[in-house]
Write a protein that binds this ligand. Structure first.
Ligand SMILES: *Cc1c(COP(=O)(O)O)cnc(C)c1O
Length: 344
């Protein structure tokens, strides 16, 4: 079950879902009901699990679009069954156990009651049970084995509750790669499908070939090349002052594009296959790069903010290091705040 929430981690939900469907995806995971409705409108026919947005207001959409709600506790069960009854269908649902994540779901001690509530609801069918790992990206952590064991012990009761075939699923990308025995009936990779390891650059460095390849590039062009004397203050608050006669390239990109302000004096970009440093404050729509040491930068030259150019590559993991975050956030920001073109 590929996760295509957050617009496919910024890569375009519908385009990605179509690619994954063509490669045999059995189901899709989204956060919100509205995302599921969009997938249906785009012709996706596989089950679509709504992980977060199962609330009173979205139940009509969930039932009408034949989405699969993930039920976190018993409070929504009666309303869900009523909605399914109105449309005269039997609605398949998955249940979310909190087996150690400590975020959403029902604790193991109360899980039997939740299962029975669903089994007792006239228009609901129990199709699956899931939980989520808090630390599957950390290979050293003992937490994942413990979560897996709790999940398996708690779901063992499904056999004597006579609930038919029920899909058990637990593994995100970290669970899929790093937790022995966690694959169960279905896996839920997200970040791995977009070419990144859940544990970032360290994960990529340790991975055996064939390695994942990042899918996204983020590219712009130089809009002005300026020669500025030594001692010039550049941009807001003159955060950077040139120490020499400098050549500065102006890029039409800023924090409005997800190229966040905390990349100021951190980031590098690729121009003609060379790295060049960002200088001065990143502003809303403009960023400056010191290209004094580069051979003949010109207006119109391609600038790679994320991705490969020539022999060099800037990954979302490297940018995440500069931004003090993780690749996931970089991909969501760049992908959602800019025009996307699907290539190859
Ligand atoms: C987002 C999500 C995943 C995918 O996680 P990755 O680390 O991107 O592989 C899996 N399961 C659930 C419940 C999620 O919300």
């Amino acid at each position: 079950m590929p996760l295509v929430k957050a617009n496919g981690y910024g890569h375009g939900m519908i385009e990605c879902a179509r690619i994954f469907a063509s490669q045999g995806a059995a189901a899709f995971g989204v956060a919100e009901a509205a995302e599921g409705v969009q997938l249906r409108q785009a012709g996706i026919t596989q089950p679509v699990l709504v992980l977060v947005g199962v609330v009173e207001q979205t139940l009509p959409d969930i039932v009408n679009a034949r989405l699969t709600p993930v039920v976190a506790d018993g409070s929504i069960v009666a309303a869900l069954s009523r909605q399914a009854c109105e449309s005269n269908i039997e609605l398949g649902v998955h249940l979310k156990m909190d087996a150690g994540m400590g975020r959403q779901g029902t604790l193991p001690a109360d899980f039997r009651d939740l299962v029975q509530a669903v089994l007792g609801a006239s228009h609901l069918r129990l199709d699956g049970v899931m939980a989520h790992f808090p630390s599957a990206d950390d290979r050293q952590s003992g937490s994942s084995a413990e979560v897996l064991s709790i999940f398996q012990q708690t779901t063992a009761m499904l056999a004597d509750l006579n609930c038919g075939k029920c899909c058990l699923h637990l593994a995100n990308s970290g669970g899929l790669f790093y937790v022995a025995g966690a694959r169960l009936d279905m896996v839920r990779p997200g970040i791995a499908l977009y070419g990144y390891y859940p544990d970032g650059a360290a994960g990529a460095a340790q991975a055996a070939p064939p390695r994942l390849r990042p899918a996204m590039r983020y590219v712009t062009r130089i809009i002005q090349v300026r020669r500025v004397p030594a001692g010039s203050g550049l941009g807001y608050n003159h955060l950077f002052t040139t120490a020499r006669l400098s050549t500065i390239a102006v890029l039409p990109v800023g924090y409005a594009n997800g190229y966040l302000r905390n990349l100021t004096h951190q980031a590098q970009v690729l121009i003609n296959g060379h790295r060049a440093p960002v200088v001065g404050r990143v502003s809303m729509n403009l960023t400056l790069v010191d290209v004094t040491d580069l051979p003949e930068p010109r207006v119109g030259d391609e600038v790679v903010l994320l991705g490969r150019q020539g022999q060099e590559e800037i990954t979302a993991d490297e940018i995440a290091g500069w931004m003090e975050t993780i690749s996931y956030e970089v991909l969501c920001l760049f992908g959602q705040l800019n025009a996307r073109v699907m290539v190859d």
